[in-house]
Every structure is written in structure tokens, then in C-alpha cells.
Design a binder for this molecule. Structure first.
Ligand code: SF4
Length: 184
């Protein structure tokens, strides 16, 4: 199985989630957010197709990391290899954060048609959701570019059938927690 990536695994980030993280930059994103910081990751043909076993070998070499972060691009366009990589990271004791331009509620709707999205969600610990919105841009919020984006505790949200913001992040989000229906 292959995954299309924009770059090799980036080691030692402290800005893409809590703790020391390694970041996997997936290639391909159709959201086209004005002001996107990473436009070179939009094309679905650019970057390189990499065997996921190679990604596993990069993860094997990590030392002292808290987790991996899937970013891009948007990892949700490649849910199957991203699920496998997330499961591999969990097996190695690493937590998994993921950035997406979709909202959590949009992903739940999409997962009705594409079960691979739900499978991927089940293997994510924390989801930063929603598009980057230039007029909501802020440098005062942790791990996000704009205030509409939320830091979501995915496991608690799926278990409770309700979007749950990760503890400690409620105070700097504008969005109210929303009731959602989970189809699993
Ligand atoms: S979702 Fe992320 S990568 Fe995609 S256009 Fe928006 S900011 Fe850029």
C-alpha cells in the first residue's frame, strides 16, 4: 500500500500538537483556503507515492517522541493508508493528532458513504478540524491557524455522540459544542 506525501517524516515539531511530535505531510487538498500556508501540498499529483512500510521504518527510528501528527494537504483524502499508519504509531505507544480542512460534522456525514473515513477517525486521538479562515487568523491560539478551528477529543466525541473539545482548549474556541449524530 502506498501513500502520497509532500515530504519525508518531519522529526521534532513542538507546534503541531502537544509534546514532541513527528509530522507526516500528506499531499493533496481540495479546500483551497485563501491564505493557506502550504499551497504546494494541494495538487493530488505532486509529491511522491511512498510505501507505507517506509513510513513505518521512519516511525521505528523515532526516539523520545510523544506522538505523530498527520497534516498536509489533508490526510482525509487518503484514509486507508492514514489509518494503517495511525494504528502502527499507536502500537509503538505514540498518540495521533490529525489536521483536516473538513469539520468533524462534515466527516461524520462523509463517513456514511465512505466507511474508511470512520475507520480513520477511530484511530485518531485529537483532530484539529475546519478550514483555515484568513479573517479568523490568530497567533493567540495553540496549534491552530484560525479561531474557527477546534481541538477535538475524537474518542470522547465518538463515544458520547457529541463533539467534545479537548480539555484545556474550550476557552479559546468560538464554536459552541454541537450535538451530532454518529453513524457507526
Ligand atoms: S485545509 Fe489546510 S492545506 Fe488545505 S487549503 Fe486549507 S489550510 Fe491549506
Amino acid at each position: 500500500m502506498k501513500i502520497r506525501l509532500a515530504a519525508e517524516l518531519q522529526k521534532d515539531s513542538i507546534v503541531d500538537g502537544e509534546g514532541i511530535r513527528a509530522v507526516l505531510w500528506t499531499q493533496g487538498c481540495a479546500h483551497n483556503c485563501p491564505g493557506c500556508h502550504n499551497p504546494m501540498t494541494h495538487s493530488f499529483e505532486a509529491g511522491a507515492l511512498i510505501n507505507i512500510e517506509e513510513v513505518y521504518s521512519w516511525i521505528d527510528k523515532l526516539e523520545g517522541h510523544d506522538g505523530i501528527t498527520l497534516s498536509g494537504g489533508d490526510p482525509m483524502y487518503q484514509p486507508i493508508p492514514c489509518t494503517k499508519i495511525s494504528q502502527y504509531a499507536h502500537d509503538k505507544g505514540l498518540n495521533v493528532w490529525c489536521y483536516t480542512g473538513f469539520t468533524f460534522e462534515e466527516l461524520l456525514k462523509l463517513s456514511n458513504k465512505n466507511k474508511n473515513i470512520m475507520e480513520f477517525l477511530k484511530n485518531i486521538d485529537v483532530l484539529i478540524d475546519g478550514p483555515f479562515i484568513l479573517k479568523e487568523k490568530s497567533l493567540d491560539i495553540k496549534f491552530r491557524g484560525s479561531r474557527n478551528q477546534r481541538v477535538i477529543d475524537v474518542k470522547r466525541s465518538l463515544a458520547g455522540n457529541k463533539t467534545e473539545i479537548l480539555k484545556g482548549y474550550n476557552e479559546d474556541t468560538k464554536k459552541k459544542e454541537q450535538k451530532v449524530h454518529v453513524f457507526i
